[in-house]
Design a protein around this ligand. Structure first.
Ligand code: PSU
Ligand code: MN
Length: 314
């Protein structure tokens, strides 16, 4: 093992000095995933978006911690050279929680999903995480049994995850049912409706609505005091005037699902395949929306992290 930049790489979990300092001083930190960078967005926009997301978190007073596997260790917080590596390399493995140990032991480069990112973040004491959309129950799950490990992991790890729902490529209602069974609360941020990722409203109504970052922090504090472990999902919709045109959305979605079926795409390849189809078949429109979503969610996550740090310090 050697050095990567200034970081010693003989440990399997390495916290970037900026992130470590913030955690030690009780300052707000926001975890960010890397699968969206390596496999969710096309090049070169992926690197541009990854940097913009980190800048947004900083502007709102929190420290960004993008998480990925590089050089034999899970990195909590990346240097810009490392972010570039994740965005540019062709051999980056999509790493869910079950893959984490294998990818670290083999020294492979890996991009962490919501599941793997939540685990690494919670393990080092990060309380808030921003992403675009969660994985969930796939539409043909009755036959394929395809349900993202994101769901079970959110039940295990205690973190606040800000997202815009789950992609419409999934079975949204079944995903919400599973989150209920798994005791994962879903709070609509400024809405009573569960967001539909590219669309502001998935059509499903939520039980709980919050309107401020303070409310989210208060709910987290109550859960801490009660010992109710597991994550909180903050469902933050794209504003309606920025959403994808619903007709374009439905057309591209039908095509994508049919193509995936024809080509026999399955397992962990399904989500990247459908996202890539969306980006190409919508003429770049889904990319604009996806970018707006992740930027909005990072900003809100930073505001929540600031409030959480305030309560934790009191
Ligand atoms: N949502 C997005 N873009 C993504 C993903 C979700 O808008 O790239 C990624 C996340 O990392 C999520 C993963 O955790 O897809 C889910 O993959 P799977 O369905 O194979 O569990
Ligand atoms: Mn799957």
């Amino acid at each position: 093992m050697g050095h990567y930049g200034d970081l010693v790489t003989s440990q399997p979990l390495v916290v970037h000095p900026d992130v470590a300092a913030a955690l030690a001083q009780g300052r707000p930190v926001v975890a960010l995933e890397s699968t969206i960078v390596a496999h969710g967005l096309p090049r070169p926009e992926n690197l541009r978006v990854a940097r913009a997301v980190e800048a947004t978190v900083r502007e709102r007073g929190a420290v960004p911690a993008t998480i990925a596997v590089l050089d034999g260790a899970v990195r909590v917080g990346l240097g810009d050279d490392q972010l570039e590596e994740i965005a540019a390399r062709d051999d980056v493995v999509k790493v869910s929680l079950r893959d984490l140990g294998t990818v670290v032991a083999r020294g492979l480069p890996g991009a962490t999903t919501v599941a793997a990112t939540s685990h690494a973040a919670a393990r080092v004491g990060i309380r808030v995480f921003a992403t675009g959309g969660l994985g969930g129950v796939h539409r043909e799950a009755r036959d394929s049994w395809d349900e993202s490990a994101d769901l079970a992991t959110l039940a295990q790890e205690s973190i606040v995850v800000v997202c815009s729902g789950v992609k419409s490529i999934l079975d949204v209602r079944a995903t919400l049912e599973r989150l209920e069974s798994l005791n994962v609360p879903v709070l609509g941020f400024g809405t009573d409706q569960f967001p539909g990722f590219y669309l502001s409203d998935s059509g499903a109504t939520l039980e709980w609505r919050v309107d401020t970052p303070e409310e989210v922090a208060a709910i987290l504090a109550a859960r801490d005091a009660l010992g109710t472990t597991g994550s909180i999902v903050v469902a933050h919709p794209i504003p309606e005037h920025d959403q994808m045109d619903p007709d374009l959305h439905d057309r591209v979605l039908d095509e994508g699902l049919q193509l995936a079926r024809q080509k026999g795409v399955h397992g962990k390849a399904v989500t990247p395949f459908l996202l890539d189809h969306f980006h190409r078949a919508s003429g770049g429109r889904s990319l604009e929306v996806n970018t707006a979503i992740i930027l909005n969610n990072s900003a809100l996550a930073a505001e929540i992290a600031v409030q959480v740090a305030r309560i934790d310090a009191a």
